[in-house]
Structure formats: structure tokens, C-alpha cells
Write a protein that binds this ligand. Sequence first.
Ligand code: UDP
Ligand code: MN
Length: 338
Amino acid sequence: MKLGFFRLSLRRWRRIKIVLLLLVFVFCICIVDLRTIFSEISFALFGHPNFAIELPVRNLDSCHQEIHFLEHQSVNEELEITLEYLEVLYGNRSLGGGHFTPVPPDMCSSVGRTAVILPYRNRKKHLLQYLYHVLPKLIRQQIDFTIFVIEQNEGSTFNRGMIRNIGFVEVMKYGQYDCFIFNDVDTVIEDDRNVFYCNPSAVRHLMSGLDRHNYRMPYFSLVGGIIGFTPEQFKKINGYSNLFFLWGAEDDDLYRRIIAEDLMIERPPNPIGYVTTLKHKQDPVSDARLRIYRSLDGYYKSEGLNSLEYKLLDIHKMRLFTRIYVDVDENAIRKRFF
Ligand code: UDP
Ligand code: MN
């Protein structure tokens, strides 16, 4: 009898445990979803003080020649592209080191010089796909731009924020640029009219919809993928945090910095801001990222560009880009901050 009762209660307990686990699971999903839903609704109803979404596209009237823009180009990830092939296609347009200027050079003189910063390690196929799709678009945009590939050495966890900071600091030493566009190497603009220029009055988030999210934003305050700053704006927020040696949250921290400095954010209207994201395996999601994100609240003034430490290994001018190769001492940084 006792044994039967014991068995029954054990079985019941197991069932209760499963129900409890299910409830916790549903609760978690609800929190995440409700947060997104509420923020979407409030953004839709009241707007956001820091967002100006439907800004006009840059006026290209200053360019003397009529530019024929391609409004949509789909990405074929199956294409086998080699660097040699890309150099044949676009090499003669480059002044070396991935520096391209409008032809003739004074065509869009009002625009300024753009540095395109690609954080990179071990994603050769994406880099080639990116160049194949984005280079001709930037050439058609008639802007003065240089492509920099910032590569992190092996031996440490990839640090997405820190690599972008290093790109900024090195490129500032390298030449005069008034616009920094940080572009994930797997995020490809689809529309020629998504022009790579910066706006001193607003940080420019150059995407308004992702292919894998049915051309919507996964969440409204997302500032990942492609984002453009003037040097003044980037210095004002003290760049990215250097502490996210793991996937995710460095972008959310960046958003917090932009808001704390009361900067505006603008996005191109649809469909100009549509992007394609190239497929890859997702890095493991770490719970530590939330802990770091929470513990860094309010510390951005002392942690970022002004606390950046790294070793420059090499700068090499290729035909289609300049490669900046760096080493990061992960252990030293972790010891200093955690
Ligand atoms: N990245 C890289 N190698 C890596 C991890 C990241 O080159 O091992 C660069 C690359 O430019 C990539 C960007 O960092 O597009 C953002 O990383 P990831 O694509 O993994 O982020 P997610 O797609 O999850 O936003
Ligand atoms: Mn990615």
C-alpha cells in the first residue's frame, strides 16, 4: 500500500514537475514576446524620441551624371567567388588598398570620405560574397570610400565590439575620414540607394528589414548589422564596449550608449534599407552576456575607445581592401575587469 502510494506520488510529482517546467517555459517566452510587443506598440503609437525613421535619401543631384540604381539584387550564396575574379572585375577601379573614388573624382564632392569597417575572422566565403555584392553598389553610389578588413588573430575569443573600436582607431591614424560604416561581413545591402554616408545630426542605422525576418526588424532598438557614425559621434559614445568576448549584447550596449548621449538614430525607409544576411552557424549564446550587459550600465564613459588595448600585427594594402591584422590579449582584459 505504502509502496503504491509512494509510486503514485512520485509519478504525480513528475507530472507536476513537467507542468511547472512548461509553465516556466511559457512564462519566459511571454516575457520576451510581451516586451517586444509592448515596445513595438509604443514605438508605433508614440514614436521614439531618438528615432527618425523615414528620412529622405541623400540628395544625389550634386552628381553631374545620372546614376542608374539597381533597386534590388538577390544574393546567390551558391556562387563560387574567388578574390582573383573580384580583382579582375573591380581591381582597375581601385586606387589601391580598397580606395575607390567617384569618376570623375569631383562628381559628388560634397559627400566626404567613408571608411567601411568589416570585422573579420575566418569567414572568407562571406567576405568574398560581401565584396561581390556590395562593391559594385558602392561604386554606383559615386562616393569616396575605402574598405578595411579588421582581422582578429587566432588564440582569443572573437570580440565584435573591440574589433570595431580597433578599426576606428587604426583608420583614424591611417587617413582623413568623416564617416565610419561598421558592416558585418555577412550583412549585404540589397538596394543601391542605401548610400554609405554619415549624418552629423544622427547615427545612421543602414537597415530597416532583414530577409530572414520577412524584411522586418527583429526588435526596434536593434543597431547591429550596418551602422554609420561620424568620428565625433563615435568618440562621443566612447565606441563599443571591449568586454563582450562572446556572442551578442555588445549591440544592445551600443544602443544604450547612443541613447545616453542623446544622439538621434535614422534608418532608410523601406525597401531601401532591406538587407540580406548570409547563412552561418550561430555562435553559442552565453548567459554571461546579460550579466556583463547589466553590470556595465553607466560605465560607458570609462570603458570603450579610451580603455582599448591591442597589438597591431600588420597592415597590408590589397587591391580591393586594406587588411589590418591585430592581436587581442583576452586574459589580460578579463583579469582587469572581472
Ligand atoms: N565575425 C567574424 N568571425 C567570427 C565571428 C564574427 O568575422 O568568428 C564578424 C563577421 O563580420 C560577422 C560579425 O562579426 O558578420 C558579427 O558576428 P555574427 O555574424 O556571428 O553575429 P550574428 O549573426 O549573430 O549577429
Ligand atoms: Mn551573422
